[in-house]
Write a protein that binds this ligand. Structure first.
Ligand SMILES: NC(=O)c1ccc[n+]([C@@H]2O[C@H](COP(=O)([O-])OP(=O)(O)OC[C@H]3O[C@@H](n4cnc5c(N)ncnc54)[C@H](O)[C@@H]3O)[C@@H](O)[C@H]2O)c1
Length: 275
C-alpha cells in the first residue's frame, strides 16, 4: 500500500466517484499530485470531468474520465473494470458522488426544482420517488462502488483503502431533508459493516463526514451573503470548509499514516461536533 512520505500514493491506482466537481475533483487532483493514477468517475457527459483530467495530466499526472451513474450496478462494475484495464490495478477509492435532493444534479439547482422539493417538504408529503432517488444515489451508490472496487482489491491480494463521503447530516436530523440525512447515516453504518467484512483482506474503509463545504452543493448558502455570515458565526472555526479540507482528510485516511484506522468516522467541520 501507499508509502508514508511526500508522494504517499506513488504506484497506486485510485477511483474517485463524484470526481467531476467539488470534493471529488479536488481529491482526484491531490491524489494524482501525490503519485496515484486516477480514474475520475462522474456522470456520463459531464463536461467538468474532462477539465479535471486535463488539470491532472497538464501537471504531469495520470488520469482518465469514466462516465458512470453510481446507482447502477453495471456502471459501477464497468468503472472499476475500466480502471483496472487502463492502469493495471486498483488500490484506493473515494466514494464522493451524492445529491442533496431528488432533483439536484450538481451546481445546477433551478429555483423551480428547489421549490418543488421544498413544497414536498416533510415525509408525510414527499413523493416516494424523491426518497428513492436520494437513497439510490447516496447510499446504494456507495455500496455498489465499494463492492466493485473491493472485489478487484481482494483479487489483487495486497489490501486497499476506501473513504466514503457522508455528512454531518448523518448525525443531525434535518426536517424536510429526511432522505438526505437517512442516506448519510446509512453510509456511516455501511462503512462500519463493510470495514469488518473487508478487514481480513487488509482493506480499510472509513467515512469522512464534512460540515458545510464551499462546493457546488452548498451554493445556495455560500452565495447568499446573509446566510453565509450567519452560518460562519455558528461554526467554531468561523468559516465554511473548502474542498481542500475534505480532500486532505480523505487522503490521510487512504494513506499508510492511517494504517491502523478502519470503520471510523472523521468530521472535518470546523468544530461543529465539539459543541
Ligand atoms: N458541500 C457540502 O456542504 C457537503 C457537506 C457534507 C457532505 N457533502 C457530500 O459530499 C459529496 C460531494 O459533494 P460536493 O459538495 O463536492 O458537491 P458536488 O455536487 O459538486 O459533487 C457531487 C458529484 O456527484 C455527482 N453525481 C451526482 N449524481 C450522480 C450519480 N447518480 N452518479 C455519479 N455521479 C453522480 C455530481 O455530478 C457531482 O460531480 C456528496 O456526497 C455530498 O453529499 C457535501
Amino acid at each position: 500500500m501507499a508509502e508514508a512520505g511526500f508522494a504517499r500514493f506513488q504506484g497506486n491506482v485510485a477511483l474517485v466517484t463524484g470526481g467531476a466537481s467539488g470534493m471529488g475533483a479536488e481529491a482526484s487532483i491531490r491524489l494524482a499530485r501525490e503519485g496515484a493514477a486516477v480514474a475520475v468517475v462522474g456522470l456520463p457527459d459531464d463536461p467538468r470531468g474532462a477539465d479535471v483530467v486535463r488539470q491532472i495530466t497538464d501537471d504531469g499526472g495520470q488520469a482518465i474520465y469514466v462516465g458512470a451513474d453510481v446507482s447502477s450496478e453495471a456502471d459501477c462494475d464497468a468503472a472499476a473494470q475500466a480502471t483496472v484495464d487502463e492502469f493495471g490495478r486498483l488500490d484506493l477509492c473515494i466514494a464522493a458522488a451524492g445529491i442533496l435532493h431528488a432533483r439536484y444534479v450538481s451546481g445546477e439547482v433551478s429555483e423551480e426544482d428547489l421549490a418543488a422539493d421544498r413544497t414536498a417538504g416533510h415525509i408525510i408529503n414527499k413523493p416516494v420517488e424523491f426518497w428513492e432517488k436520494v437513497l439510490a444515489v447516496n447510499l446504494t451508490g456507495v455500496m455498489l462502488t465499494n463492492r466493485a472496487v473491493a472485489r478487484r482489491m481482494i483479487d489483487q491480494g495486497d489490501g486497499g483503502a476506501i473513504v466514503n463521503i457522508s455528512s454531518g447530516a448523518a448525525k443531525i436530523p434535518m426536517p424536510g431533508s429526511a432522505e438526505y440525512s437517512v442516506s448519510k447515516t446509512g453510509v456511516w453504518m455501511l462503512t462500519r459493516c463493510i470495514a469488518l467484512e473487508l478487514a481480513p483482506h487488509n482493506i480499510r474503509v472509513n467515512t469522512v463526514a464534512p460540515g458545510v463545504i464551499d462546493t457546488p452543493m452548498a451554493m445556495g448558502l455560500s452565495q447568499d451573503e446573509e446566510r453565509r455570515a450567519a452560518f460562519e458565526r455558528f461554526v467554531p472555526l468561523g468559516r465554511l470548509g473548502e474542498a481542500e479540507d475534505i480532500a486532505e482528510a480523505s487522503l490521510f485516511l487512504l494513506s499508510d499514516h492511517a494504517s491502523y484506522i478502519t470503520g471510523q468516522i472523521l468530521h472535518p467541520d470546523g468544530g461543529i461536533f465539539t459543541g
